[in-house]
Design a protein around this ligand. Structure first.
Ligand code: TRP
Length: 341
């Protein structure tokens, strides 16, 4: 990857209008604090900075590691509410879904012709997802979704992709697809750059990576009571002196990291403030910090929930804009390929 994060940040700050950001999520369930500090916070910051922000709800990509997505509509609505609660502004950001943008999906066909099967098989993120998949056999979509993701990014000529580390192979593939398309058919696409979130991996309440499937995640939509309960049940240890030591004290350190992020303080400092007061005091501090941090999001979410039809209206407007752009890009692609009849 050719990114040097600092100079990229400088360029964004200086000329936000030069950037079109495309990023998104698979609608698989409630977003949690790991998502927030990993990427949502970054999106909101970019939006405030004045870049053109596109957020894809990757509803086809849900089907990579499962045969059927149960109650997808409900999950998508919940995800949009999480976005709005976290501070995405539907008047500034374009929020849309795969399944509503046919021209985006059509780009996948020429793009697939630009990559080899061994290249698809080598993708480390896909390999990892196959290992953790509970499906009996691996679907074709599992191997090809990174190419679909290239279409997600390139359809709108996105040039900046804020993602977590696991998504870097996909951004690299997107660059490969764009480069090969341009070489073969003429210059249509810009090569996007990845923007890595600054937060290190957020640990959950059991001291391992925060993830919904591990049951250790604090959802952005969790109530104050649910949050308190989760933190109370967190794994700690018997040493009353609270120290930040992620290697030998993952449980305690995960909680300190969480409090640190919510309070915008160094976790060592948070630990020093608790001193010898033990795990119960640590948990009280963390609960208070997280609940205070989530309070404005809870309020915003509640306000949006009171506006019936709002979520669908956000998607309708986003899908309309995405379709107009996708149609335009597909027209350019067909022109370049000589398939405009
Ligand atoms: N693969 C991403 C994830 O699982 C979601 C995603 C789909 C995405 N299309 C994208 C992210 C395009 C960035 C850009 O989180």
């Amino acid at each position: 990857m050719t990114t040097t994060t600092l100079s990229l940040e400088d360029r964004i700050a200086e000329r936000p209008g030069d950037f079109r950001v495309l990023t998104g999520d698979r609608p698989t369930g409630p977003l949690h604090l790991g998502h927030y500090f990993g990427t949502l916070r970054n999106r909101v910051r970019l939006q405030q900075g004045g870049v053109d922000l596109f957020v894809i709800v990757a509803d086809y990509q849900v089907l990579t590691d499962r045969d059927v997505a149960e109650r997808l509509g409900e999950t998508v609505d919940g995800l949009i509410l999480d976005y709005l609660a976290a501070g995405l502004d539907p008047d500034r950001a374009t929020i849309f879904t795969h399944s509503a943008v046919p021209a985006l999906n059509q780009l996948m066909l020429p793009f697939l012709s630009l990559v080899s099967v061994p290249e698809l098989q080598r993708n480390p993120t896909v390999k990892d997802e196959i290992v953790h998949s509970r499906q009996g056999s691996v679907s074709g979509l599992m191997f090809t979704y990174p190419v679909h993701q290239a279409a997600d990014i390139l359809f709108c000529k996105g040039n900046l992709v804020p993602v977590g580390r696991d998504q870097l192979p996909h951004v690299e593939l997107t660059r490969t697809v764009a480069r090969r398309f341009n070489e073969r058919y003429g210059p249509v696409f810009e090569l996007p750059e990845a923007l890595l979130g600054t937060a290190s991996l957020l640990l959950g309440t059991d001291g391992t990576k925060m993830s919904k499937s591990r049951g250790n995640a604090i959802a952005l939509r969790a109530t104050a009571d649910e949050t308190a309960r989760l933190i109370r049940a967190a794994k700690t240890d018997a040493d009353r002196r609270i120290t930040y030591d992620p290697v030998s004290r993952p449980g305690v350190s995960g909680l300190l990291q969480l409090a640190g992020l919510c309070l915008d303080r160094d976790p060592h400092e948070v630990a020093a403030g608790i001193g010898d007061a033990g795990a119960a005091a640590l948990k009280r501090t963390v609960t208070e910090a997280v609940n205070e941090f989530l309070a404005p999001m809870r309020d915003r979410r509640a306000a949006y929930v009171r506006e019936p039809g709002l979520v669908r209206e956000v998607l309708r407007a986003g899908n309309m804009r995405a379709n107009a752009i996708a149609d335009q890009t597909l027209a350019e692609v067909r022109e370049a390929m000589g398939t405009r009849y």
